[in-house]
Design a protein around this ligand. Structure first.
Ligand SMILES: *[C@@H]1O[C@H](CO)[C@@H](O)[C@H](O)[C@H]1NC(C)=O
Ligand SMILES: *[C@@H]1O[C@H](CO)[C@@H](O)[C@H](O)[C@H]1NC(C)=O
Ligand SMILES: *[C@@H]1O[C@H](CO)[C@@H](O)[C@H](O)[C@H]1NC(C)=O
Ligand SMILES: *[C@@H]1O[C@H](CO)[C@@H](O)[C@H](O)[C@H]1NC(C)=O
Ligand SMILES: *[C@@H]1O[C@H](CO)[C@@H](O)[C@H](O)[C@H]1NC(C)=O
Ligand SMILES: *[C@@H]1O[C@H](CO)[C@@H](O)[C@H](O)[C@H]1NC(C)=O
Length: 252
């Protein structure tokens, strides 16, 4: 009896040492490969990024004409929340009814552009589960001018109540700016919904002949999961090893 107490103490001490030895290496290894690239030091140039991509000339012109680009630059500099911008392609603008943008007043153009900007940085993966509606820069202190996001698997859709489109292409996904391509202009209900069209009510929308061809669903690469499970496996292995040793100790 007297000899069994020191034996179990020795087992406990070796167990602890083994735990330390086995658990430390995975923790230190995990830090190096997942280190994100350091953020560029200079201010973020939204129109510069859009310009480089070549297919956002209409949106850039609207940003500049409405001076929302200055506002965004200031906010990127000062906001602790960051920003998310949804950039419609030139095709998206071309697909609008002619005059849809030109008929807007200056104030309405500003509101339309601000509607494509959310005062918070979202990664795509955040938008999969975000609480709707998401505020935009056009939102006042009420809940109007919001965007709704729905996620299915890796796919995020955004809806305004008037248009729904997929978000496939992340032009930039690094704080403070999330910048995503949208293939439709996000038309807010507040501008395009309630107002009955000035012209004669056109008979129901003809089923879009092009929608079926839009099958480019380049799903965003899912971020590789960290190997958090391996740590638990090691613990389980050590525990069972320890149990085995305790049994052997009891038998001897
Ligand atoms: C941002 O990019 C645009 C277009 O490339 C350029 O004209 C402008 O000078 C840049 N602004 C800053 C602050 O670098
Ligand atoms: C943003 O901050 C940088 C440095 O902090 C400054 O040089 C630049 O003028 C600022 N831009 C705006 C639009 O405030
Ligand atoms: C929004 O705020 C303004 C003052 O900042 C106030 O007069 C107005 O009632 C508010 N609207 C709502 C819907 O809370
Ligand atoms: C957006 O989501 C909110 C909350 O679920 C819902 O009340 C609202 O009707 C939705 N609007 C649209 C246009 O889908
Ligand atoms: C997402 O939007 C596309 C159209 O852009 C539509 O075909 C698809 O059904 C939507 N998915 C969901 C789950 O709403
Ligand atoms: C799909 O992508 C291919 C190449 O990536 C492009 O040539 C084609 O125009 C795209 N189609 C649509 C409907 O976007």
């Amino acid at each position: 009896m007297a000899s069994s107490t020191p034996l179990s103490l020795i087992i406990l001490v070796t167990l602890n040492i083994q735990l330390l030895l086995l658990l430390l290496p995975p923790q230190t290894q995990a830090q190096t490969p997942s280190a994100p690239a350091p953020a560029p030091a200079g201010p973020v140039n939204l129109t510069g990024i859009l310009d480089k991509n070549g297919q956002y000339t209409t949106f850039i012109r609207l940003l500049v004409d409405t001076q929302v680009d200055n506002q965004i630059e200031n906010q990127l500099n000062t906001s602790s929340e960051g920003l998310t911008v949804f950039a419609p392609t030139d095709n998206a603008f071309n697909n609008l009814k002619s005059g849809a943008i030109n008929d807007l007043s200056t104030q309405e153009k500003v509101q339309l552009v601000l509607y494509h900007v959310s005062p918070k940085y979202y990664r795509l993966i955040d938008l999969l589960t975000v609480t709707n509606p998401v505020r935009t820069q056009a939102s006042g202190n009420d809940s109007n001018w919001g965007l709704n996001f729905t996620g299915h698997g890796n796919q995020v859709n955004v809806t305004t109540g008037i248009v729904t489109t997929q978000i496939n292409n992340a032009l930039r996904q690094q704080f403070p700016l999330g910048l995503y391509q949208v293939d439709m202009v996000l038309l807010p209900e507040e501008l395009f919904g309630a107002k009955p069209p000035a012209s004669a009510p056109s008979p129901a929308k003809t089923p879009s002949s092009t929608s079926n061809t839009k099958t480019n669903t380049s799903a965003p690469a899912s971020p590789t999961k960290g190997n958090g499970a391996s740590g638990r496996n090691v613990v389980g292995w050590v525990l069972s090893l320890g149990l085995g040793m305790i049994c052997m100790g009891a038998l001897s």
